[in-house]
Design a protein around this ligand. Structure first.
Ligand code: ZN
Length: 90
């Protein structure tokens, strides 16, 4: 039983090696693909950073962040000044 397993493993390794060689031969630009994946991952991180900054940036004197829904609202929507709650949350 063990002997057959070893044989199967060897066969699998040889097959995967051959597949790798064939893929490399077919796609000489495999390194470019890896770069693309990195770019996509980095872009996602940048997007999350941007969404975080956009939440902080628009804070202006006539605006406030509601403590209930954490949305930036106009002061006219401020129903509770002490708790900083908008009309929807107050
Ligand atoms: Zn609110």
């Amino acid at each position: 039983m063990a002997g057959t397993e070893e044989e199967e493993d060897e066969a699998t390794v040889e097959a995967s090696l051959e597949e790798l060689m064939a893929k490399k031969a077919e796609r000489p630009n495999s390194s470019d693909e890896e770069d693309d994946e990195d770019a996509i991952a980095g872009g996602g991180r940048e997007e999350s950073r941007e969404s975080l900054t956009t939440k902080v940036l628009p804070m202006q004197q006539n605006e406030f962040v509601c403590k209930g829904c954490y949305l930036v609202k106009h002061r006219s929507q401020l129903a509770d000044r002490r708790r900083l709650l908008c009309r929807d949350c107050a």
